[in-house]
Write a protein that binds this ligand. Structure first.
Ligand code: C2E
Ligand code: CA
Ligand code: CA
Ligand code: CA
Length: 279
């Protein structure tokens, strides 16, 4: 009987170990990828609507996998969040972007806007202020505007220390943007309460421009709200000339989308910067 019991225990522990190895494999793979510097920044231009010149970029993560090629964020950001590797990933991206852009600072318009996507867990972390300070300290004074982009629902949910945090960001010269605006909350009361610098209008609303009057009405409401509260607007996912003209007429300050450029790696960005912005 005791041998039988021992065999069962051994077998059970074998199965549990296998399960453990299997379930933790994605996390380990991603951690390895971070160690091997396979997570790289892509840059998507942000254009000023008034004169259609470059003002800066949004940094978007890509996983340059040695076998699978380029992996898009939709396939790894969730994993990075669940396995608590999103903060190390963001820190690493900030470091690479700082090196990339400092080396090419003379090719960039001045000031140059840089937007990073920040996960809510990072907001709870006091390191974030230091990470931003260090990032800015890399560059000569007044050459860079650093913006952190926070998804609307995350922003509203992390409200306990929010006023202090926003104050600290503003003190060190970092601005804050609400990302995917309009998709998360129907109650916009928080906009009046906190000093938020930019709203990014979600692609969903931009794609509905010129469809029907009621669909266009929604984006007009967002725009007039932002104007009243003195916030700058960035329209995301602008793909057509009609959308660009409409948004410009409505007084939206900044434009981002495939009409101007997809997210691109550093070398392509440097080439694009030498030419006038084409649509
Ligand atoms: P997001 O922050 O809303 O970024 C904008 C997404 O829209 C990007 O997708 C971009 O490629 C795409 N896009 C821009 N212009 C157009 C357009 O004209 N048409 C269309 N169809 N799409 C457009 P991407 O790079 O696949 O990123 C997806 C999401 O992954 C991001 O959405 C963001 O939520 C997340 N993400 C990406 N990089 C990071 C990161 O470094 N940290 C965190 N926390 N999240 C990230
Ligand atoms: Ca974003
Ligand atoms: Ca967005
Ligand atoms: Ca989004």
């Amino acid at each position: 009987v005791s041998y039988f019991l021992l065999a069962i225990i051994l077998f059970a522990s074998f199965v549990i170990s296998l399960l453990y190895i299997f379930l933790t494999a994605p996390r380990r793979n991603f951690q390895q990828a971070l160690l091997r510097n396979e997570l790289i920044p892509y840059y998507q231009p942000v254009i000023s609507a008034a004169d259609q010149k470059w003002c800066g970029v949004e940094v978007l993560a890509r996983w340059q996998h040695p076998k699978k090629g380029l992996i898009m964020p939709g396939q790894f950001i969730g994993l990075a969040e669940r396995s608590k590797l999103i903060i190390p990933m963001t820190k690493q991206l900030m470091k690479i972007v700082a090196e990339n852009l400092l080396a090419n600072i003379n090719c960039l318009p001045n000031p140059f806007y840089i937007g990073f996507n920040i996960h809510s867990s990072h907001l709870q972390h006091h390191d974030l202020i230091d990470d931003c300070k260090n990032f800015l300290a890399t560059f000569p004074p007044n050459t860079i505007t650093l913006t952190i982009e926070i998804v609307e629902s995350h922003f509203v949910e992390s409200t306990n220390n929010l006023p202090t945090l926003l104050n600290e960001f503003h003190k060190i010269g970092v601005t804050v943007a609400i990302d995917d605006f309009g998709t998360g909350y129907s109650n916009f009361g928080y906009l009046q309460k906190y000093k938020i610098d930019h709203l990014k209008i979600d692609r969903l609303f931009v794609s509905r421009i010129c469809n029907t009057p009621s669909e266009t009405h929604l984006i007009e409401t967002i725009i007039s709200l932002a104007k009243k509260l003195n916030m700058d607007l960035i329209a995301e996912g602008v793909e057509t000339i009609e959308q660009l003209h409409y948004l410009t007429r409505q007084g939206v300050e900044f434009i981002q989308g495939f009409l101007f450029s997809k997210p691109i790696p550093l070398n392509e960005m440097l080439v694009l910067l030498t030419k006038p912005m084409k649509r």
